[in-house]
Design a protein around this ligand. Structure first.
Ligand code: SF4
Length: 499
């Protein structure tokens, strides 16, 4: 039977011991067969796909010595189990960006693969697809040596519009009709035609080209993407074209930072290493008749690759445990398809769908509304308290003056009396208000034999250092590891609802 003493398992245990929760789970299962544990922990057994081994992700991530498949075998997977783990995940620009935007959204979409109910197509998507179709058809004709006329191209667009149109397509912009969008599509394609005819500035190599390439040979992580049009001009420059029907025109700086087409450049440089020297990335914003072109240096591409691998590593390291993928709330939540199951938005979506009377009595709504009322009342009271404190301060100052003038130390009222007494307080330099003197005092004491009596451990400082491993000496971190523990604390906060 495979054993936990296998060096690979030692790596697994060591690394996961960073999380006390996982460590406790591991320790409680230590008596188990590691393969059974692996399948249980990483949920590999019941997943049918070829790539389903969280352990494999882990082994890749922590640069284990062996190839992933042999690593599986080394910890005791059978040939059969290991064969299922041969291929590594394929990432795309949108998958990477999904994780960067919100790990929980990424989890729903790419890890749990939650199926969403079919929703009718939005007009923006339909418009983009029809323009893409028309331009694909236009260039497919030019590739055969026939250049279609402007009218023929627009006729093709109109035919495809009619064929694909459905009355279920959703239009949300007020005042817009299907006819408006139809003429908008004709304008987009017509303007593009006028600006680019006679289409002889480059030779089209591929249309709607799927690019799939390894982002890292060793790990087997692959990237996947689609290039709308790939072309090469006579001067040897390669061109990656992308058509957009966005409502907003981005800036040159936006596109210089946009990673999507730059990933494709990495791909085509790998696919044609001998031929590709210079690459230009073009975004055609069809509504505006504007093309934004950007180029990338070798260093920029390498940084892009490294950043992508770091993001992918972070995503894989979290395994398949939903709790590891924290939701990140942002303005993009309103566009997220998973609002009805996400803990950040679920309640809002649920109660927004309730009739007014049930909304008012919904327990969560009742609690938050009551808290908000009490908070408002507390705010009013705090204001009154602040006014009272101010008046007390003024009275105390007046009493001190009175006591000095009358040479008394007790001043009487009806039921109370006030004492006025001068107290002496011993002071030493404080870190916040007298930092130089504080440092000088600390240095002096540290050199003296009394340091042990006046110094003490600063737990708050240790906590903040612990959270930032980069700021910590590794030896000290190692030493403290045996003393540190994590306590869960649930916090509640009342805030204004947006929009
Ligand atoms: S609703 Fe917001 S926080 Fe929740 S999964 Fe979507 S993007 Fe993330």
């Amino acid at each position: 039977m495979p054993s936990f003493n296998n060096p690979l398992w030692v790596d697994v245990l060591k690394t996961f011991s960073a999380s006390s929760l996982i460590r406790s789970r591991l320790l409680s299962r230590r008596q188990q067969n590691p393969v059974t544990y692996c399948c249980h922990r990483f949920k590999t057994q019941d997943l049918p796909g070829p790539r389903s081994c969280g352990l494999l992700d882990f082994l890749w991530l922590y640069n284990c010595r062996s190839q992933p498949q042999s690593a599986c075998l080394a910890i005791g997977h059978t040939e059969n189990q290991s064969d299922r783990h041969q291929s590594m995940p394929t990432f795309s620009h949108s998958r990477i960006e999904s994780f960067r935007q919100c790990p929980r959204k990424y989890f729903y979409q790419y890890v749990a693969r939650i199926r969403l109910p079919e929703v009718p197509e939005h007009i923006a998507t339909f418009l983009g697809s029809r323009c893409h179709d028309a331009l694909e058809w236009l260039y497919s004709q030019t590739m055969t040596g026939v250049i279609p006329s402007r009218e023929e191209t627009l006729t093709h667009l109109a035919q495809s519009w009619n064929q694909e149109w459905s009355d279920d397509i959703v239009i949300t912009d007020e005042g817009m009709t299907p006819a408006h969008y139809r003429s908008l599509a004709a304008k987009c394609v017509g303007d593009y035609y006028d600006a680019n005819q006679p289409f002889d500035d480059s030779t089209t190599i591929a249309l709607e080209k799927q690019v799939r390439f390894p982002l890292n040979e060793q790990s087997g992580i692959r990237m996947l993407g689609h290039i709308d049009r790939l072309a090469r001009s006579d001067n040897g420059v390669w061109h990656v074209h992308d058509y957009r029907t966005n409502k907003k025109l981005p800036t040159q700086a936006d596109k210089d930072l946009d990673p999507q087409l730059a990933y494709y450049e990495i791909g085509i440089r790998q696919m044609w290493p001998e031929s590709v020297e210079q690459v230009q990335l073009h975004w055609h914003f069809l509504r505006f008749g504007v093309t934004i072109t950007s180029t990338r240096t070798a260093n920029q591409l390498e940084k892009l690759r490294q950043d992508a691998l770091a993001t992918i590593g972070d995503a894989l390291r979290r395994g398949r445990d939903e709790e590891q993928f924290e939701p990140i709330e942002s303005g993009l939540c309103r566009l997220c398809d998973y609002q009805s199951i996400c803990p950040v938005k679920k309640h809002e979506i649920t109660v927004n769908g309730l009739p007014a009377n049930r909304y008012r009595s919904e327990p969560g709504v009742v609690l938050v509304n009551r808290w908000a009322e009490l908070k408002a009342e507390k705010g009013d009271l705090n204001e009154q308290i602040a006014e009272i404190d101010e008046e007390i301060d003024e009275i105390q100052e007046a009493l001190i003056e009175y006591a000095e003038a009358e040479d008394v130390s007790v001043v009487v009222g009806d039921e109370f009396e006030a004492t006025v007494k001068i107290d002496e307080r011993t002071m030493f330099p404080r870190k916040g208000s007298e930092p130089d003197e504080y440092d000088a005092l600390e240095r002096t004491l540290a050199k003296s034999p009394f340091w042990d009596q006046v110094s003490s451990m600063d737990a708050a400082r240790l906590r903040s250092l612990w959270k930032d491993p980069a700021a910590f000496y590794p030896e000290l971190r190692k030493l403290l590891k045996q003393y540190v523990w994590i306590e869960e604390e649930t916090k509640t906060r009342l805030r204004q609802r947006k929009g």
